[in-house]
Design a protein around this ligand. Structure first.
Ligand code: MN
Length: 468
């Protein structure tokens, strides 16, 4: 945990500056989530907003912040003797609460009474979007709001307040994120060094899993580790690496306090890019470099996304995959055949930070509307950047057979796309390069230790632990 004053001041800021409303804020901690029966649960992950304000990393807790009285109360139960026998002794809730600077602790039955009174006094009840079914049921019973009405009853002022506060990372949070990114770099170094012809994808995944477990860390999301890198969220690992494949690894580890890292690298299996692979790789690298170079406070991330798209397009024109004016091609959305996703997202306690609160609240300013154009519609972060934001920068270039087939049949953007040449590249898979950046007062800083990225560096590193 951070020290008690951190959590106290976060709650104080919410009360005094960020949420100038009246009423009560109810934050739900997570429960254990069963896999196949109640005693066999998924590894516990606390709710990120609960962690942010209340710090306690155990199940079945509720935090209540009274915006008028300025007080915070933690609701939960001490472990029973039975719990101590099966799961070991736990510190008392009161001691844990003190470590998070929480002045009062009470059993959950009292929360029900407090909320009943608040409702009969017609006080405003602020809660966030529930993303687990258990939360919907708890909110229904605690607040008397039917589950189907919950989404319409979430507190927009609270969402906006939490987003404002969590978006700007403090020094201590940046330290955590640096640790997460450093652990993430170790995973990628492993993959780079052990990716050799004949190695199953699962063996690379297993090596990364060992590193995560040994560091008492966790993956911040389900890793992609695949020679089918054109499948954007590929969560299967059935293939064996072969000479000439491109292995795409998108993986991240968490810090001790659950902050995320998220990096993507591509490895030429066998240690040498083909001419086509190298050309595509260099196109993505150029797009990422241009994007990172342009990051600065006040610049809308949407502009950075479009800059990356134009840079990629210029290279794809050189390769012969596209033609015409790069700017016009990007305006029309033609590049999205190759780059159908957004350039990046905020990162913090969640790898897609605060996404459960609503992507547009997190990533878009009030005067920005989300584009409906294919590709641009998935841009999660568009708003002007501020010092203290942490985000990913992850352009990619993919050859996705069903997408190519559909567009070619429709002759979509045929003036910008050379479909005959695209045919030659089908089977190449996908290239994405992703790093995590902190926006500073005058620019941006890539977080974590250096990780091979230039074509020469990744060729030299590929399979180097095993030898030629
Ligand atoms: Mn990412």
């Amino acid at each position: 945990m951070f020290d008690a004053s951190t959590y106290r001041s976060r709650r104080r800021t919410l009360i005094d500056q960020e949420c100038p409303q009246s009423g009560v804020v109810l934050l739900l901690g997570n429960q254990r989530s069963p896999r196949n029966y109640p005693d066999n649960s998924h590894p516990f992950r606390q709710d990120s907003t609960f962690l942010y304000y209340f710090g306690l990393d155990r199940p079945d807790l509720y935090g209540l912040i009274d915006l008028d009285a300025g007080t915070s109360t933690l609701y939960g139960e001490d472990g029973s003797l039975e719990d101590a026998i099966w799961s070991g002794e736990q510190p008392s809730l009161r001691d844990e609460a003190a470590a998070a600077g929480i002045e009062s602790v009470a059993p959950v039955s009292e929360l029900e009474e407090v909320l009943t009174t608040a409702r009969s006094d017609e006080r405003a009840l602020h809660f966030l979007s529930p993303y687990r079914a258990e939360h919907r049921l708890r909110l229904e019973s605690l607040l008397g709001i039917r589950t189907e009405q919950l989404d319409a009853s979430v507190s927009e002022p609270l969402i906006r307040a939490v987003v404002r506060q969590r978006s700007v990372k403090t020094e201590a949070e940046i330290d955590q994120i640096e640790t997460a990114v450093e652990r993430t770099v170790r995973l990628h170094e492993y993959a780079q060094r052990y990716a050799t012809p004949g190695t199953p994808e699962r063996e690379i995944l297993a090596g990364m899993t060992r590193l995560v477990a040994a560091a008492e860390s966790a993956f911040s999301f389900t890793p992609t580790c695949s020679v089918r890198g054109e499948v954007l969220h590929n969560h299967s690992y059935p293939n064996t690496l072969a000479e000439g494949d491109l292995l795409l690894v998108d993986a991240g580890a968490t810090s001790p306090l659950h902050y995320a890292g998220d990096i993507t690298r591509v490895i030429p299996v066998g240690g040498a890019f083909s001419a086509r692979q190298r050309a595509v790789y260099e196109a993505v690298l150029a797009a990422q470099s241009a994007a990172i170079e342009a990051l600065a406070p006040g610049v809308p991330f949407k502009e950075i996304h479009l800059l990356a798209a134009r840079t990629l397009t210029e290279h794809l024109i050189e390769i012969g995959l596209m033609r015409g004016d790069p700017e016009a091609a990007v305006d029309a959305g033609a590049h999205a055949l190759f780059f159908p996703h957004g350039l990046g997202h905020m990162m913090g306690l969640d790898v897609h930070d605060m996404e459960s609160l609503g992507e547009n609240y997190v990533g878009y300013a009030d005067d920005q509307t989300r584009s409906e154009q294919f590709g641009l519609h998935t841009l999660r972060l568009a708003r002007p950047l501020q010092p203290g934001f942490v985000a990913t920068v992850e352009p990619g270039c993919y050859f996705i057979p069903p997408l190519v087939e559909r567009w070619r049949d429709e002759r979509r953007h045929a003036s910008f796309i050379n479909y005959d040449r695209v045919e030659d590249f089908l089977g190449l898979g996908g290239v994405r390069l992703e790093d995590d950046v902190l926006i500073t007062k005058d620019g941006a800083r890539v977080l974590g230790p250096a990780l091979p990225k230039s074509p020469a560096q990744v060729e030299a590193r590929a399979g180097s632990a095993v030898g030629a």
